[in-house]
Design a binder for this molecule. Sequence first.
Ligand SMILES: Nc1ncnc2c1ncn2[C@@H]1O[C@H](COP(=O)(O)OP(=O)(O)OP(=O)(O)O)[C@@H](O)[C@H]1O
Length: 281
Amino acid sequence: MSALDNLRETFRRDQVFDFMRQGTRAVAPGQLDSGAGKNILYLEDITVSFDGFKALNDLTMYIKTGELRCIIGPNGAGKSTMMDVITGKTRPDSGTCFFGQTLDLTRLSETEIATAGIGRKFQKPTVFPEHTAFENLELAMNDAKGTWHSLFTRMSGEQKSWIEETLAQVGLLDDRHKVAGLLSHGQKQWLEIGMVLMQKPQLLLVDEPIAGMTRQEVERTGQLLQSLAGKHSVVVVEHDMEFIRSIASTVTVLHQGSVLAEGTMDQVQNDPKVIEVYLGE
Ligand SMILES: Nc1ncnc2c1ncn2[C@@H]1O[C@H](COP(=O)(O)OP(=O)(O)OP(=O)(O)O)[C@@H](O)[C@H]1O
């Protein structure tokens, strides 16, 4: 057994927290059993097959509470499939996927998973172009109550401040009255991150955030993601190595549906297995 396997065995959710194995219980957002120093996400031995092809093959990976983790890997490594398993879009054939120590994500619907505190920002922005940045966040805040509700009910002062805080966090306070369709590509991406933040996710999944951005926008995006870590746990899937180096403390390399290497960017870039996979591409 390798050192990495040993480490995994030591930190397996079911082995460390044996008393938690009696099944799942509903945990309201904010009450997730995932305090500082613990893991927020436990993927263990996950396998997903498409017509016999294993997109994920015994994938085991843990995300710590509050960390910013970057996932890299060649095309087809299983990165999107992994995100799909976490959000309930794809069900694993085998393996376990826990949010905190008690919430079994494989038993929840996509909506239940979102409500439990997992938000996903897809690569392509899907903002409402005819609404202002402020209104987009308002719509996202009230998503659960429906668009009609959000457009025709009065907002509380607290809700307004929360929207303004989020606009400031994603760098759009000065453009809050601009319709989203007129924002730059980078600004639309940040607005969409803001929309996900309105749901107060504890775990934020971000798919290829910098595709098509200018250099300045890339830099700002890096700062934004770093500023979100701590308060949220953030998992970023990205191909751009320079960007990852600039933001990540821990990088996980996926290959053929499994973890090939994990560590600092320097560690994984100097790992002969990783070099072989990337040079062989
Ligand atoms: N719905 C599906 N049906 C059949 N095969 C699929 C399906 N989804 C993914 N795959 C296959 O599973 C493998 C993993 O795909 P996935 O999209 O997770 O990889 P990825 O690491 O995200 O790749 P990329 O970097 O190109 O986005 C690929 O070989 C892909 O063709």
